[in-house]
Design a protein around this ligand. Sequence first.
Ligand SMILES: [Zn+2]
Length: 340
Amino acid sequence: MDPRGFPTSLPEFQRVFPDEAACAKYLEAVRWPDGFICHKCGHKDEPYRIRTTAPIVFRCRSCKLGTSLTAGTVMDHTRTPLSIWFWGAYLVTTQTPGQSALQFQRQLGLSRYETAFQILHKLRAGMVRPERDGIGGEHPVEVDECLVGGRTRGEGRGVHHKATVVGAVEVRLRKDAEDRAAKHKAAHDGGVPLKKLYYAGRLRLRVVDGRGAEGLTRFISENIAPGSLIRTDGWHSYERLPSLGFEHAPLDLNGDPEKAEQHLPMIHLVFSNLKTWILGTHHGCIAQHHLQAYLNEYVFRFNRRFYPMTAFNSVLGLAARSESATYAELYSGTWAHPAA
Ligand SMILES: [Zn+2]
């Protein structure tokens, strides 16, 4: 089991969420961790439970207002069982990336393609929203560009539709970096590889119109916190970073791949994995107008790879109080509040 407690296998997931009642209890615990509170009159008491099947409705004992258990989530106003939604959210956030609605339909055992398509569409909407807060700050940021995509079906050889993608990734020092360095030095001669000491923090990716200064610097200004240390290669488009309030560490790579590896290891690793993902999932063919949505989905997964439960709650529209049902409670089955 993952140390953070979220199910890491399908059987485990089924054990935690075996049926509609288990899913409903989880929703209730996440939405009202301290027990039901009426959002209209603020009355705090065990509500009447008008319906016990979807859509589950609670009614305030004081003002009699009914509140749907799924109000404000992606599951609101659907007749699809909660367990299907939960299963879908689990697949979307943990399994094969970028799956098709057809695969999704088969995995969920749904008879109608349209249902699978709608569920997948709603779950993915939460993943393709651009992330807004600035990365960096205390962590240095590596920035670079790459080309992704390939030939469009039906066109001849030599017709390329490669898109330029700019990326920024935080370089974070591991908490146990000193121990790792000491262990490595004891076992090997020479310097400690950077990957032993650092890991990739938060990521941002954007499709830009070529490598011009305007697009690259706008991306940086909109995605990286002012004052952050930014590492780039020697490309002239990055020259104005100091005047925009960033600390700039450019390196003239002179086309030397080894130097690049040392100066920008994290973003190169990200680009390499991104290209593998695009090739594996989409056979390298992504319509240009869809590419940014794919990149946002990639970034969503990447930034939550250590927090599967946050990702799960987020796609279901449960982001607000997602940390309130603790993992221990989840596993013991006590996350429904005592009155339930
Ligand atoms: Zn009320």
